[in-house]
Design a protein. Structure first.
Length: 196
């Protein structure tokens, strides 16, 4: 007969602690350089205790990425049903990415770390959904490319540009993304005088 599940919260607390340490170690040291032994030693537990919660490193990596994946999915759902200005949508997306930028940096240095992960499969779908949000469902090739450059460039700026002033970084990155969405002016068109 199986033992009844614990109700004192210790298993849940240990799982939370493992995820906190793993998230920090993956971001600081990289996924490949962080072993389950490293995490167990930092927590002061045996590897067996760690394996009880996460039998494989891939399982642990996946769980550390779930909050980021959920945040991106939630942004997509809000944005798809929104009539908010594009600037506001891009600012919100910047904030989602910036919140997870250290882990994204680690994955950017080790793109193979996501190989076989269900989150890697979701990434392509996220990009396609973001394209439709920014360019529309019937967008031509140029609009789709511009939307991809805008969302990808914004994510890179939020993840990889060091800045003490996050508000300034957000404003510059969003302005650049908005510029990427705009087709170039026709050089033969008359210049605007700024008068309405």
């Amino acid at each position: 007969m199986d033992a009844p599940p614990r109700t004192d919260g210790r298993a849940t607390d240990m799982r939370r602690r493992i995820l906190e340490v793993a998230r920090r170690r993956f971001a600081a040291d990289g996924v490949a350089a962080t072993s389950l032994r490293d995490i167990a030693e930092e927590l002061g537990v045996t590897k067996a205790a760690l394996y009880y919660h996460f039998p494989r490193k891939a399982d642990l990596l996946h769980e550390t990425l779930v909050p980021m994946a959920d945040a991106v999915s939630a942004w997509l759902e809000r944005a798809e049903g929104s009539d908010a200005p594009v600037r506001g949508l891009l600012e919100d997306y910047f904030d989602v990415v910036r919140q997870h930028h250290r882990l994204i940096q680690a994955l950017g240095r080790e793109p193979g770390a996501l190989q076989g992960s269900p989150i890697a499969d979701r990434l392509v779908g996220w990009i396609e959904r973001a394209q439709r949000i920014l360019a529309g469902t019937d967008a031509d090739l140029e609009a789709r490319v511009r939307a991809t450059v805008a969302i990808g460039g914004l994510a890179r700026a939020a993840s990889f540009v060091a800045a003490d002033d996050t508000d300034a970084l957000r404003a510059i990155a969003v302005d650049a993304a908005l510029d990427a969405l705009q087709p170039p002016q026709d050089p033969s068109a008359p210049a605007s005088t700024g008068r309405a």
